[in-house]
Design a protein around this ligand. Structure first.
Ligand code: HEC
Ligand code: CU
Length: 351
């Protein structure tokens, strides 16, 4: 009996510890409790209001319940006082609280709604199974899975989808917004703190929904301009190999050999299925089914936040993307040996 009560006591303590542990972990990267933008602050304020009003009501109700258990009834309560108490505590006060919270909800919705107002700059973000296409229409820049913004500016995102419903959510920067096929929605991004903010698709979109992540990178305005400039450049063409690109000459200098490998990799890319799905600006590869690879090497992650972008992960991804993200839209390749090494060297050169 004693152990039973002890266990009964321990369980809620364990539960609370676990919940708090979860919060601690979340604040590392993706926590709505760590607002970093005006919209996220507004939403957080609304959440805090609901938490503390809810907690107060709960404490009062529990307190009164305990009081009735402890105190013996001294005399019959009068009929009129009972009616008044029930009317006030059961209807008038709860209704007033709910109306107050609803009024605040409406205010929060209006304050965070981008409506049809057009801001200085607009970024188009399109959801695909299971990655994000990010376009800066005024600058002819297309990238993937990373949204770069300048600090101190309210940037508008135009959202769409090519397949199913997705949803953008970067908890530190604000609320979620759905991406609906055939419809355009929008949201704001704004922060004063340079840094990287993690986001996640927040609407179940298929088997790899959990691996559809994104990062928002906020730069100081000048740094942002140079990033945009670099992304607008076409891919750097490897110098044409002096002789037959399929053979790497042993007499060449190491630099020349590297260049030859990259040039060979470019040929491998252009002559395999990659071109049907991927664009590399300035080349004949103009596919749109997969992420734009023009500046692949400048990105932090591969396959929508699935892997850190490094040579080992890149090789693993190109050889067998289905093993890493089962059900995604990219097939594996039969390329191997020297051809594969050259292809990887070319991809790594796309800065
Ligand atoms: C049928 C279309 C298709 C073909 C063919 C294809 N890919 Fe992909 N690729 C995709 C899609 C779709 C993704 C995004 C997958 C995801 O994140 O869910 C992708 C992702 C990638 C990425 C990661 C990009 C990023 O920014 O995360 C690389 C690198 C890549 N592909 C290289 C290649 C290479 C090299 C080839 C040729 C050997 C190739 N792909 C062939 C569709 C394709
Ligand atoms: Cu999703």
């Amino acid at each position: 009996m004693k152990t039973l009560t002890r266990t009964a006591l321990l369980l809620p303590i364990l539960g609370v510890a676990l919940a708090l542990g979860g919060c601690a972990r979340a604040t590392e990267r993706q926590s709505a409790l760590n607002p970093m933008s005006p919209d996220a602050e507004t939403i957080d304020m609304h959440w805090q209001t609901m938490l503390w009003v809810g907690a107060a009501v709960w404490a009062i109700v529990v307190g009164m319940t305990i009081a009735t258990l402890i105190r013996r009834r001294r005399r019959e309560a009068e009929g009129r006082r009972v009616v008044l108490f029930v009317a006030l505590a059961g209807a008038v006060i709860p209704a007033a609280i709910l109306v107050g919270i609803m009024a605040q909800s409406v205010w929060v919705l209006q304050k965070t709604d981008p409506g049809q107002e057009v801001a200085g700059s607009t970024i188009t973000v399109t959801g695909h199974q299971y990655w994000w296409e990010v376009e800066y229409p005024e600058h002819g820049v297309i990238t993937a899975n990373e949204i770069h913004i300048p600090t101190g500016e309210r940037v508008r995102l135009e959202l769409g989808s090519t397949d199913v419903v997705h949803s953008v959510w970067v908890p530190e920067l604000g609320g979620k917004m759905d991406m609906t096929p055939g419809r355009s929605t929008s949201m704001w991004l704004e922060t004063d703190e340079p840094g990287t903010y993690w986001g996640q698709c927040a609407e179940y979109c298929g088997t790899q929904h959990a691996l559809m992540r994104l990062v928002v990178v906020a730069h100081e305005p000048q740094e942002f301009e140079s990033w945009l400039q670099a992304q607008g450049e076409p891919a750097v063409e490897p110098p044409a190999p002096g002789d037959d690109p399929d053979t790497i000459d042993a007499e060449d200098t190491p630099d020349q050999q590297d260049e030859d490998v990259v040039a060979q990799g470019r040929e491998v890319f252009m002559s395999s299925s990659c071109v049907y799905c991927h664009t590399i600006a300035g080349t004949e590869a103009q596919g749109r089914a997969g992420p734009d690879l023009t500046h692949l090497a400048s990105r932090e992650t591969l396959a929508a936040g699935t892997l850190p972008n490094n040579p080992g992960n890149l090789a693993a991804w190109v050889v067998d993307p289905q093993a890493i993200k089962p059900g995604n839209e990219m097939p594996g390749t039969d390329l191997g040996g020297e051809e594969l090494q050259a292809l990887l060297a070319y991809l790594e050169s796309l800065e």
